[in-house]
Design a protein around this ligand. Structure first.
Ligand code: ATP
Ligand code: MG
Ligand code: MG
Length: 350
């Protein structure tokens, strides 16, 4: 059978490997860090930095398709792999989502609403950006941020120096603070043939910059729900995308505003494991392997709760609940802020 290569061996790579196995594929994980969660379930694992060209070449020769669970893969590694094999989702999707400035201009050019933004490389840029956008605002590193890391809030123009210092020497982007009522995300997929399918939007609550819960159905009017799904489809088509994508949205009185896109399966899509016949992980494998897509329909209402750090200690109690599906990532050490697993509670039938 075919082998699917996955760059990144975290919990997303682990759950992708499980889905791939169910469809009869083997997976080969390439991951720089020791003891990756995906290693327990993958057929083969290579522990090597993305700069190790010999390891990358051996990996490329051992697999039939390459995908990833992590978008910050160095360009050099992608160049090397692409000489051997197709990478799904494609390079454009990666380059757009790796840099918040490029991402925002791509979204604007696609006709979608974003927070007001400006590039900030130094104190002069920041002063100009504040004059243009105002405060409150958020300064974010353009690259490599996740779980709210690499961000600084400016409540007033006087916060500029401290915020800029928090960026280190990294190029940044200033975003106007969006007064949203709540946050939702659309997990959508596009297949090799161009067909698009979306899951029902989920409503997300963050704590300390980290996703805490996702609830489906989200609080959306029928018009907002349609708008959310259509805009996700627009993004997928614009990128000629193949695979699953997460699109994070702010709900405001003036309409939906796109926060960011993730070119991979997404934490806010974990509810699909227990709310849909075909979940986001199977959907991604189907898309990249050229299969027909699941239609995304939802059979249950779900509350997904991330188990972060010490939350893992609650497992004995959660295990006694009715209708709580537990998903653990096999991580040995429960550090603060570390995603250890999640629980999908079925709260009703759709
Ligand atoms: P992720 O882990 O989702 O990749 P991230 O580090 O890339 O997170 P963002 O999604 O940009 O960070 O921001 C994290 C959270 O901070 C958002 O979900 C939202 O709650 C809040 N936030 C970010 N940007 C803005 C904004 N411009 N206005 C208001 N709130 C914002
Ligand atoms: Mg992000
Ligand atoms: Mg985000």
């Amino acid at each position: 059978g075919s082998v699917i290569g996955i760059l990144g061996g975290g919990q997303l790579g682990r759950m992708l490997s499980v889905a791939a196995a169910r469809l009869g594929y083997r997976t080969h994980i390439l991951e720089p860090g020791a003891n990756p969660p995906a290693a327990d379930v993958a057929h083969a694992v290579t522990i090597a930095p993305y700069e190790d060209s010999a390891a990358l070449e051996a990996f490329a020769r051992s697999v039939d398709i390459v995908t990833y669970e992590f978008e910050n893969i160095p360009t050099s590694a992608l160049d090397l792999l692409e000489a051997y094999l197709p990478i799904h989702p494609n390079r454009r999707a990666l380059s757009v989502s790796q840099d918040r400035l490029i991402e925002k201009s791509f979204l604007r050019d696609s006709g979608l609403a974003t927070a007001p933004y400006a590039a900030v490389d130094d104190a002069v840029d920041l002063a100009e950006a504040i004059a243009e956008i105002g405060t409150p605002a958020i300064l974010k590193t353009r690259r490599l941020g996740y779980d709210g890391k690499g961000q600084a809030r400016l409540n007033a123009p006087g916060d500029a120096d401290i915020a800029l210092a928090a960026m280190g020497d990294n190029p940044a982007i200033l975003e106007g603070f969006v007064e949203f009522s709540h946050e939702v995300s659309v997990i959508a997929a596009r297949g090799l043939s161009g067909e698009v399918a979306a899951f029902d939007p989920g409503e997300n609550v963050h704590e300390g910059g980290i996703l805490r819960t996702t609830i489906v159905p989200a609080r959306l009017t029928e018009a907002q729900r349609t708008d959310a799904i259509l805009l996700a489809g627009k993004i997928l088509n614009a990128l000629q995308y193949v695979g699953v994508m997460g699109v994070e949205l702010f709900v405001t009185a003036k309409g939906l505003i796109v926060n960011e896109i993730a070119p991979r399966v997404h934490n806010s899509g974990h509810w699909t494991q227990n709310g849909c016949a075909v979940d986001q992980f199977e959907q991604h494998i189907r898309a990249i392997a050229g299969w027909p897509l699941g239609d995304g329909s939802r059979h249950s209402d779900v509350l997904m709760e991330n188990l972060i750090g010490d939350d893992i200690g609650r497992i004995p109690y959660i295990a006694q609940e009715a209708n709580a599906a537990i998903h653990l990532y096999g991580k040995a050490e429960a550090r603060p802020g570390r995603k250890m697993g999640h629980v999908n509670r079925i709260t009703g039938r759709a």
